[in-house]
Ligand binder design. Structure first.
Ligand code: GLP
Length: 246
């Protein structure tokens, strides 16, 4: 079942998404949180940090498993997702960093990196709540449109549109990695709950396609229609094409 929560703007979307994560953490203090990068969840992480600082949230028993990482970026590279997570969340709260996991982009052997990460996710017991952003082409994590839904962690060749979209974070497009390690669709779908955040008019088309179009691996997020517990929190601009259907 998909529940749509429409927020006025980015800030309200961030607060509402943080509400869902906070509720999960309060109800189950040792939750496994599946976490995401990208610009959309930054405000959500900010809210969580504020609530931690106010004494309302405790991360001490939380385990986190991140969705993806660029292949080849070292941990100290400020564009690596490892760096992003520390910078936006982990360094500001009382999470035990030994319990935070991001696929290891420094492992050159892709099979080994993916096998290791699948073992980590399995040992964690899987995500109680998986946070997701949404790519313009419908990707979740870095599961790009493809002929089939990939199951476990795998190495992907990023599409041109994804490389272009992410170039804004790099000095030049040539510096954007062309490959990434990402959790697979089966792993994402195994999360007990899913929370997808979307903001801005540029996400309106893909939100409609993903949640009201056909379920197809060519729109990876469309598989979420088959999950039993999905909450989509979006702002009015992102929901512009679905507002009269929800
Ligand atoms: C990136 C990430 C995704 C993210 C998506 C959207 O490439 N790998 O996890 O959800 O693109 O990013 P943004 O939130 O910046 O639009």
């Amino acid at each position: 079942m998909i529940k749509f929560v429409c927020a006025k703007d980015y800030d309200e979307m961030s607060r509402k998404a943080a509400n869902v994560i906070s509720a999960q953490m309060i109800m189950k203090p040792n939750s496994v949180l599946g976490l995401a990068t990208g610009s959309t969840p930054i405000g959500t992480y900010k809210c969580l940090v504020e609530r931690y600082e106010q004494g309302d949230l405790d991360f001490s028993q939380i385990t986190s498993v991140n969705l993806d990482e660029y292949r080849g970026l070292t941990h100290d590279n400020d564009q690596s997702y490892y760096y992003f997570m520390n910078d936006n969340l982990f360094s500001h709260v009382n999470i035990d960093k030994n319990n935070t996991y991001v696929p290891d982009g420094t492992i050159a052997d892709a099979d080994e990196a993916c096998k290791q990460y699948d073992a980590i996710v399995a040992a964690s017991g899987g995500a109680d709540l998986q946070l997701l952003g949404l790519g313009h082409n419908g990707h979740i994590g870095f599961n790009e449109p493809a002929e089939v839904f990939p199951k476990g962690t795998h190495c992907v060749d990023l599409t041109e549109s994804t490389i272009k979209a992410n170039a804004r974070f790099f000095a030049s497009i040539e510096e954007v990695p062309t490959q990434a390690y990402t959790m697979g669709i089966q792993t994402i779908m195994s999360a007990k709950k899913i929370l997808l955040v979307a903001s801005g008019a540029d996400k309106a088309d893909i939100i409609e396609k993903a949640f009201f179009g056909d379920v197809t691996p060519w729109v990876p997020a469309s598989i979420l229609q088959l999950h039993q517990d999905v909450t989509v929190v979006g702002d009015e601009a992102a929901f512009a094409k679905i507002i009269d259907k929800i």
